[in-house]
Design a protein around this ligand. Structure first.
Ligand SMILES: Cc1cc2nc3c(=O)[nH]c(=O)nc-3n(C[C@H](O)[C@H](O)[C@H](O)COP(=O)(O)OP(=O)(O)OC[C@H]3O[C@@H](n4cnc5c(N)ncnc54)[C@H](O)[C@@H]3O)c2cc1C
Length: 488
């Protein structure tokens, strides 16, 4: 049943599981666990629709590369699935087997641990069962790039698709406009005892449960942990510890342009680095999309220059005109876009600020940084693609200087894939959650979503994070069953 916490303060006292955040991860976990017979409460900070009073709670500052952290997340029922694009690509065994460069280890589990959840995750995002992830085009000769294999979800809007289930599943209480504002940890038992929830009038209440799952997205998952005074007093979280560290994005880089070879196909092509490429260059993975511009908005650079000069006196925005002319791509030119893996890096991190939001939760600063390893990946992908493209006669590539010259500042955009702030590791020295997604140093606090990613690969994160959510539901179900058996 979906209740509005702003007007209905009807929380119960006997929940088995409290899930914080009703995006793809939280909704999946809530339904799965309630369907297994557990008493579950799913709390969502936003309402049924977008509202500025909720969205403003996502405001954060940025001291590194610009992340657009407020614009690339949505804070209402269904979370960011309300505007995701639906591109799905599964992880592969090598994502889990290859160690990233540097001090930090990769995944502490093999791919097999989540592989068997793929059909269920595909079903959740409405991908046809049994349909393989196929490449729409072939690879490049030379063995470094194969055709990328992906499928497109409609895209599934979780709040709409699961509206009836959220309202009618026995054992599931959903509260909207119900914000988690504090996590209350008891050092003696090593357990989270409750969370403080708040409506928009700052009316606070204690919500008690046996187990808790944070599913508020990668920035907020870390923010909630950093904000909890009781977790920091107990030493579970510390400001210079790993919570909030290793923030990763997929690197969205305009690599340059190309002129299509004589008689070549004008369609868009998507390539993906092969495992052989990763092994040879010790680089990260990446998707490269090549497309020919067919959007003819003008009749060429000279027409623009003529118009510009004719209208110089009355035109505003001279700087943008000059930039347009300088960067003009002729119709028929090709552009090269990317979605590239970023390696885990301690310097790319979130930190808690003294300033509080309207509900009294500490705000965060995001310092998104790239490492030398990331620049190496960009350079290898760009230069090998350019070579192989030319060798096959597909076209002539002109890379931007920053691709191969690391002294030139990089032009980069985010992909809105936030990952890695509560990374999974075998030991607390290298991560925040263990193999079961449980926060190290606690008995009953779990994390769901792409914040647990130890490495990011170059696969879109939502379907894989659903595989992990399904695995966590199975783990908790087993754990709670054995606790109940032991108590009988
Ligand atoms: C424009 C865009 C396009 C995208 N396209 C793709 C794509 O093609 N493929 C892909 O795989 N991914 C894509 N993504 C990423 C995708 O949207 C996310 O991976 C996914 O939504 C993450 O799910 P989540 O449940 O972990 O977090 P979210 O969807 O962010 O949900 C978190 C939920 O927690 C709630 N919440 C936050 N704080 C609190 C609090 N204190 N108390 C209670 N509730 C709280 C929020 O309101 C929200 O409902 C895209 C993202 C954007 C922005």
């Amino acid at each position: 049943m979906i209740n509005d916490y702003q007007t209905q303060k009807t929380l119960r006292e006997d929940y088995d599981v409290c899930i914080i955040g009703a995006g793809p991860a939280g909704i999946t976990l809530g339904l799965r666990l309630a369907q297994r017979g557990w008493r579950v409460v799913l709390i969502e900070g936003g309402g049924h629709e977008y509202a500025p009073r909720s969205q403003e709670l996502y405001k954060c500052s940025s001291s590194g590369l610009e992340l657009y952290a407020e614009e690339t997340r949505l804070r209402f029922l269904g979370g960011t699935s309300n505007h995701w694009a639906g591109r799905c690509r599964p992880f592969t065994p090598s994502d889990f087997a290859v160690q990233p460069p540097g001090e930090l280890p990769g995944w502490p589990i093999p791919y097999a641990e989540i592989e068997h959840y793929l059909p269920a995750a595909m079903d959740i995002v409405d991908l046809p069962q049994g349909k393989d992830f196929q490449a729409l085009n072939g690879g490049l000769k030379g063995g470094d790039f194969e055709g990328d294999r992906f499928l497109l979800s409609p895209p599934t809007r979780f709040a709409q698709k699961y509206a009836t289930a959220l309202n009618e599943t026995d054992g599931l209480d959903v509260f909207i406009n119900c914000n988690c504002v504090d996590l209350e940890f008891d050092k003696a038992s090593g357990s989270l005892t409750s969370v403080q929830v708040s409506d928009y009038d700052r009316h606070r209440q204690r919500l008690v449960a046996k187990h808790f799952i944070l599913a508020t997205g990668a920035i907020e998952n870390a923010r909630q942990l950093l904000n909890s005074q009781s977790l920091s007093e107990a030493g579970v979280v510390s400001r210079d510890g790993l919570v909030g560290r290793c923030f990763m994005e997929h690197l969205n880089i305009d690599m340059g342009t190309f002129i299509l070879g004589e008689g070549q196909d004008t369609g868009t092509h998507q390539y993906y680095t092969t495992d052989a490429f990763i092994a040879e260059y010790h680089a990260g993975k990446g998707n490269v999309t090549t497309s020919v511009l067919d959007d003819v908005r003008t009749y060429g650079r000279t027409a623009e220059v003529k118009y510009f000069l004719e209208n110089l006196a009355c035109e505003m925005g001279v700087a943008s005109k000059i930039a347009f002319i300088a960067n003009f791509s002729c119709p028929g030119d090709g552009v090269i876009g990317t979605m590239i893996e970023q390696f885990p890096n301690l310097h790319s991190h979130l930190s808690l600020l003294d300033e509080k939001d309207a509900l009294g939760v500490g705000k965060v600063n995001v310092n998104w940084e790239l490492s030398e390893g990331d620049r190496h990946t960009i350079k290898c992908i760009g230069s090998e693609l350019a070579k192989q493209f030319a060798e096959m006669g597909l076209g002539f590539v002109k890379l931007h200087d920053f691709v191969y010259d690391t002294a030139v500042p990089l032009k980069i955009q985010p992909h809105a894939h936030h990952m890695g702030t509560t990374r999974m590791a075998a030991t607390p020295e290298f991560g925040v959650v263990d193999r079961d997604c449980k926060v190290f140093g606690t008995q009953n606090l779990y994390v769901a979503g792409s914040s647990i990613f130890a490495t990011s690969g170059a696969s879109n994160p939502t379907m894989p994070l659903l595989q992990f959510a399904l695995r966590l539901a199975d783990h908790l179900d087993e754990k709670m069953k054995s606790t109940r058996k032991a108590a009988v």
